[in-house]
Design a protein. Structure first.
Length: 339
């Protein structure tokens, strides 16, 4: 185990180190930022250090390689209470098709609710209302290559709509999971939100255009449309490790750490610890975006309960995440695993 852990730790140190000149922040420069909202309460409570979570459908968001580890039909639903009363919902489904292969599907929805339209001339509102609605549909496939190694690939179609303006996004996620030893230590790697740039279009960009303001008698109100720039997707590279430790026959600790390299922010690290008792109760704590320049996030915490539901099992989890300036966020996740 020692020979395997050292290279993993060295890679994470290299990712987190490096000259500051390479760590220029580009916050707010991507589209599809809602794809970065982590949908599982378990991972969120663990500081979102989820790329090497050892099991469960809630690990797939962080690492599509986890699809290959799912050997039972499983359903996940998450509701998040986000900033400014924004609602965020996520549904996922995994179905094993052979002894070593599993297919996966997911749907993500974010909605702002109705917002008053305000202008400089009418700061109290024009009487109109608009909303922001984002939706993503995902389809993935995972395969267990050996008893220790699994890979996964997921394609996602997403759209963002702001009133009458929208975009369409196609992204791809890829990941691998490698079990380092028989004790259960795991090394995980993933790349998320890979794809072409996207731009906005729609009725809100329509304008009237005069092709020649100096000429009189021509049509000075031709219908036209403004074009926005094309923006990159919120790509992120994750590399992490999880190490379990048996405290007793019914009690276990799980330590998780991961390094992140997003394309629109500086490098950072996520840390988490989970204590489970008798496969019934779990207490979790974590810290996210450690070392990030001007980071707004930090401490996370939560708990989970699980038990039998007829011939199946349920997992119910809650997560709280602090924020320096905006509201704290809360997530509730229900997972049903069918036998």
């Amino acid at each position: 185990m020692r020979k395997l852990l050292h290279p993993a730790v060295m890679i994470m140190l290299v990712v987190l180190s490096g000259d500051a000149a390479w760590a220029q922040s580009k916050v707010g420069s991507t589209v599809g930022a809602f794809l970065r909202i982590e949908p599982g309460a378990r991972g969120a409570a663990l500081g979102n250090a989820g790329v090497a979570l050892p099991d469960g459908i809630d690990a797939v968001y962080y690492n599509t390689g986890a699809i290959g580890l799912l050997d039972r039909t499983t359903v996940q639903y998450t509701h998040s209470m986000w900033f400014a009363d924004i609602s965020f919902d996520y549904v996922a489904f995994a179905l094993p098709v052979t002894g070593t292969s599993t297919i996966f599907a997911s749907m993500t929805a974010l909605n702002s609710g109705e917002i008053d339209v305000r202008t400089v001339d009418q700061p109290l509102g024009t009487g109109e209302r608009y909303d922001v609605a984002n939706v993503a549909l995902g389809l993935g496939y995972g395969r267990r290559i050996t008893s220790r190694f699994a890979v996964g690939l997921q394609a996602n179609y997403a759209t963002e709509r702001i009133w009458h303006t929208s975009n369409r996004i196609m992204t791809f996620n890829v990941g691998t999971v490698y079990r380092l030893n028989d004790a259960g230590a795991i090394l995980g790697f993933s790349l998320a939100n890979l794809g072409p740039r996207a731009r906005y279009s729609g009725g809100d960009l329509a304008v009237q255009f005069n092709p020649d303001p100096d000429q009189h008698g021509n049509n000075s109100a031709l219908p036209a449309e403004q074009f926005t720039d094309e923006f990159p997707l919120p790509g992120v590279f994750r590399l992490g490790i999880s190490v379990p430790y048996d405290v007793s026959a019914s009690s276990r600790l799980l330590f998780l750490a991961e390094a992140l390299h997003p394309n629109d922010n500086s490098e950072s690290a996520n840390l988490g610890v989970e204590w489970t008792w008798s496969q019934r109760l779990a207490l979790r704590v974590g810290y996210q975006t450690l070392f990030q320049e001007d980071g707004e996030l930090g401490l996370t915490a939560g708990f989970g309960v699980e038990g039998p539901l007829g011939a199946n099992r349920y997992h119910l989890s809650y997560a709280w995440a602090g924020h320096d300036h905006l509201q704290d966020t809360h997530r509730i996740t229900l997972v049903l695993r069918f036998h």
